[in-house]
Design a protein around this ligand. Structure first.
Ligand code: FAD
Length: 363
């Protein structure tokens, strides 16, 4: 019997893993606009260690054994196919859309070119090396890690980390944010809390200039990094019948991660407003659910008979401040050793290189 066709749009943390897990069971097509997968967590450290760039962009050519990875941009989705901007259409019994999100440069590619992403990262890295002062606007995980990476690799710079919240990581027990603040201050970072930057000149790339805070303080810096969050990429599905865009720009979904009137269309990851954050940690819960559910559905069982998806109640989080120190919340606040061992040391680079069939450092 012919295998069912699954078309997956977006080869990020959701798409690559779901495609690989179903490769043997279904006729899988993964549609991805870029020639390589990029690891944003490691793109932070690449700014202070540009040699990492060679290790954190992973070509798709060894990902699937049976299925195909098609390089292209999907522009429309129907119940039975996905169409690219070239006009090529890929028939599907099931469709997974995981188009993710965009982020300010140089942390994720802004377009489909990996060469341009590498150049943007290298340019900012060169500016950073020369900068005497840095201001980071936004103290979520990216801003906090960036401050820690710069302080660890380039001590002596003036680094200011600015947050509009009154404490770091306000969604987590106070101990996590308090310990991270203390460690950042210990390596010389000036942590400014409860202040909003009023006049960011660019939201999408670093620049030299000044920002004015809510209390009127003006902070001048050789490099200002706007790191104020991910923007979901939902345009592909906005005209599909039944799709609802949530207030965050993410798409609503039913209990089986289906966003529309099409019963065979699923979403996950940063695109999906299903109660999880826009994190890889979220995909570590969503991907296994999606893979298990799709396996059952491929075997002919109705979707509605499967266990509904339930999001993380409070997702774990790992915040390295460079390769050695950091804090994490793994259902309790933990410190340097666990954070370093689990993430700070290698940023999961070997794990993803292995998944992409690249075992050696440069292989
Ligand atoms: C700097 C940074 C650091 C981060 N660090 C962490 C961390 O340490 N831990 C953590 O849990 N989370 C982290 N995150 C968040 C994490 O990167 C995202 O949650 C994750 O990438 C989401 O995965 P995804 O598969 O939903 O989307 P993405 O990874 O964004 O992948 C989407 C893919 O879809 C492709 N695509 C989009 N539209 C189309 C189209 N129309 N046609 C074809 N292809 C398309 C894109 O090219 C992209 O490859 C970080 C984010 C950033 C920016």
């Amino acid at each position: 019997m012919a295998k069912k066709k699954i078309v997956i749009v977006g080869g990020g943390y959701v798409g690559f893993e779901v495609a690989q897990a179903l490769d043997e069971l279904a006729d899988v097509t993964l549609i991805e606009q870029r020639e390589a997968f990029v690891m944003p967590p490691a793109a932070i450290r690449a700014l202070v260690d540009p040699t990492l760039l060679d290790q954190i962009t992973l070509p798709y050519d060894k990902l699937l054994k049976s299925g195909q990875v098609v390089r292209g941009r999907a522009v429309s989705v129907s119940q039975s196919s996905v169409t690219l901007d070239t006009g090529d259409a890929y028939p599907a019994d099931f469709i997974v859309v995981a188009t993710g999100s965009s982020y300010a440069a140089p942390f994720k590619p802004s377009g489909d070119s990996i060469a341009e992403f590498r150049q943007a990262s290298a340019d900012v890295s060169a500016q950073l090396a020369k900068a005497r002062s840095v201001a980071i606007v936004g103290a979520g995980a990216v801003g906090t890690e960036l401050a820690g990476e710069i302080a660890a690799a380039q001590p002596g710079k003036s680094i200011t980390l600015i947050s509009s919240d009154d404490r770091l990581f306000p969604m987590y027990p106070a101990k996590l944010g308090a310990q991270l603040k203390r460690k950042l201050e210990g390596v010389g970072v000036n942590v400014v809390l409860g202040q909003r930057a009023q006049d960011l000149r660019h939201m999408d790339q670093p620049y030299q200039g000044a920002v004015t805070l809510t209390d009127g303080t003006v902070i001048e810096a050789d490099l200002i990094f706007p790191v104020i969050g991910s923007k979901p990429q939902s345009s592909l599905l906005q005209n599909v019948p039944g799709v609802t865009v949530g207030s965050s720009g993410r798409l609503k979904a039913d209990a089986w991660l289906r966003p529309s009137d099409y019963p065979n269309l699923f979403i996950a990851g940063d695109l999906a407003d299903v109660g999880d954050g826009m994190t890889i940690v979220a995909t570590t819960r969503q991907n296994p659910w999606l893979i298990k559910t799709l396996k059952k559905v491929l075997a002919g069982q109705p979707v509605e008979r499967q266990k509904p998806y339930s999001p993380w109640k409070k997702a774990p989080i790992l915040i390295p401040l460079g390769p050695v120190i950091g804090n994490s919340w793994l259902f309790a606040t933990v410190g340097n050793w666990i954070t370093r061992t689990m993430k700070g040391k290698d940023l999961f680079i070997p794990k993803y290189r292995k998944a992409f069939g690249l075992t050696s450092e440069r292989g």
